[in-house]
Design a protein around this ligand. Structure first.
Ligand SMILES: [Mn+2]
Length: 264
């Protein structure tokens, strides 16, 4: 009999390793060595890189936790891979752009932890299933920003598809794009799934609540709370649909993480 495990969702980390570890510690899920307890699993909903001081340490810490951690693709990881952004750039080209004073410099400066080596690492993880674009467990879909009814048409999925079917379809596309990109062809990331108004990028104020997929429970990150707020938020959609936003702003000093449930 496998023991029951407790599943938690952890929001955007953005290079704040100490903040991440404090959040896990406050949730009471670390052992004396600072590692995740054996019966704990976490889904980190993406955006490990950029803004903070320690993204390399965050990656190393999460790797050290082995299969207790599911890592998802955030828009910050995606922009390292996408041909519209850093996908085709060398380190020298990237540095030249962000120091150019060109209007594009500000956009690229958001992804300041980018390097070609990190792009290669992400492609390798995505191609081998160590980094996922979406995850499903216990009837909940985990994705970086939000999946909407219009995405189901793009993905050729039925409205009543299971969260597992949705995650499988999204992961198949991402994995194929990564395998192609590893071989030098980045066109797989031009699929509408990876567009700037797609499920890795859109903000809650850019869509209407009825656009949430009826009855689907989603957990996402991507958007920290507004000024004065510091907690996980829940947005309600049609027929019991919900979008739980677990980006509490670790980079702003906030430390809440979400218990999703106990699973076998
Ligand atoms: Mn994001």
């Amino acid at each position: 009999m496998p023991r029951q495990v407790r599943l938690y969702a952890v929001g955007d980390v953005h290079g704040y390793c100490d903040g991440l570890i404090e959040a896990l510690d406050q949730a009471g899920i670390l052992d004396q060595q600072g590692n995740l307890l054996e019966e704990v699993r976490i889904v980190q909903v993406g955006d490990i890189y950029d803004r903070g001081p320690d993204c390399g340490r965050v990656v190393a810490y999460l790797d050290q936790q082995g299969d207790r951690v599911v890592r998802l693709l955030g828009n910050h990881e995606l922009e390292y891979l996408h041909p519209r952004s850093c996908g085709l750039l060398s380190d020298e080209q990237f540095q030249r752009i962000i120091h150019s004073g060109h209007p594009a410099a500000r956009y690229f400066a958001q992804f300041s932890d980018f390097s070609a080596a990190r792009r290669q690492d992400l492609l390798e993880r995505l191609a081998t299933g160590k980094l996922l674009a979406a995850y499903a467990s216990g009837g909940v879909l985990f994705i970086h920003a939000a999946l909407l009814v219009r995405d189901l048409e793009t993905l050729e999925l039925e409205a009543d598809a299971s969260p597992e079917a949705m995650a499988n379809c999204i992961n198949r596309l991402a994995r194929t794009a990564a395998i192609m990109a590893r071989a030098g062809d980045f066109s797989g990331f031009e699929h509408p799934l990876f567009a700037e108004d797609g499920p890795f990028w859109r903000r809650p104020w850019n869509f209407q609540l009825p656009e949430l997929i009826p009855g689907l429970r989603q957990i996402a990150g991507h958007t920290p709370p507004g000024r004065g707020e510091r907690h996980i938020r829940v947005i309600k959609g049609p027929k019991g649909a919900s979008l739980t936003i677990v980006d509490v702003g670790i980079m702003l000093g906030n430390r809440e993480i979400q218990l999703v449930g106990e699973i076998d």
